[in-house]
Design a protein around this ligand. Sequence first.
Ligand SMILES: Cc1cc2nc3c(=O)[nH]c(=O)nc-3n(C[C@H](O)[C@H](O)[C@H](O)COP(=O)(O)O)c2cc1C
Length: 246
Amino acid sequence: MAEPSRVRDSVAAMVEAVSGTIPVTVKHRIGVDHEDSYGFVRDFVGTVSQGGCETFIVHARSAWLDGLSPKENRDIPPLRPEFILQLRRDFPALAFVLNGGIKTGQQIGEWLPQVSGVMVGRAAYQDPWSLATWDREFLGSADSAAPEREIVEEQMGAYIAAWKAKGLHPQAITRHMLNLWKGQPGGRRWRQVLSDSSLLSTLSVPELFATARRARLSAEGDEAMECNQPSQLGQLGQPLTASACV
Ligand SMILES: Cc1cc2nc3c(=O)[nH]c(=O)nc-3n(C[C@H](O)[C@H](O)[C@H](O)COP(=O)(O)O)c2cc1C
């Protein structure tokens, strides 16, 4: 962001390289360190749009490069979503997607009429099932039923198996889906199976998911009894003793 003309030139090169087949978008913050006035981000967008970018995904806080870690930079600099509303007014031909601190469907519903889109980061990762109804609620999907977690598991299993056949370790994918059953009975046990490096290395993908499923279902049954017990992985192929604090 400190060098808008460099970003503009990079965008122009990408736009030329893809010959209009896909949009080139830019995700950015509203400022860098002490450069945090509205005029700074306005000028950035004005310059970069000259390179051919028409959609800007704006994480509505500054980046404090001097003194904050990347993690702290996602929480500490204050959110200024009003900057995005002003950008919309100043650049009516461009699209602006709001990002930063959006956690609930209610927040999405409040923001969507005011911006071109809403991007959800950590909340989507931490509780992916919260997204299950959003297609219907916000994107006009005709599907009347939310998907089932089991169906997602099945499809992810096929996806992981295909990548495993190409040499990828399943954990590279399973580590990003550990919250699929978050908040559900047995969800913790399911997660433990899917993150167990020994099981991940020795079981086939269908066996792995079958083991995780058994663990989840057995935990569902005796949740109250087991809640404070340390977890124990069972023998391969055997029902698992489970603790079920989710
Ligand atoms: C683990 C992690 C990795 C991230 N990696 C990227 C990245 O590579 N590129 C990027 O533009 N933003 C990245 N982000 C930032 C998010 O896209 C998003 O801007 C940020 O988390 C704020 O949105 P949120 O409050 O909805 O989480 C990352 C965030 C996290 C938590």
